[in-house]
Design a protein. Structure first.
Length: 82
């Protein structure tokens, strides 16, 4: 992969790691604790729990764009002197 591709994907690495951790923890919970009756939609199967846990982990760790602060001239609605 080129350097440009790595730089573009780097902000998403923590998101992917948190999603993988969420999937692993949810699958482990479904396997070890699970649902006694088998009627629970999320924890009845480890694959379903892993998909749900990975999705929630990915959404929780999704990078958010930082807003830039407006310059004092933009905040006042005036323009800078020429």
């Amino acid at each position: 992969m080129s350097g440009l591709g790595r730089r573009r994907l780097r902000p998403y690495l923590p998101t992917a790691l948190v999603a993988l951790a969420g999937a692993g923890l949810a699958a482990a919970y479904a396997h070890l604790v699970g649902c006694r009756t088998g009627t629970c939609p999320i924890t009845s199967h480890a694959w379903t729990a892993a998909l749900y846990g990975g999705s929630v982990g990915g959404l929780a760790a999704w990078p958010v764009r930082k807003r830039s602060r407006p310059s004092p001239h933009q905040a006042e609605g005036t323009h800078p002197p020429p």
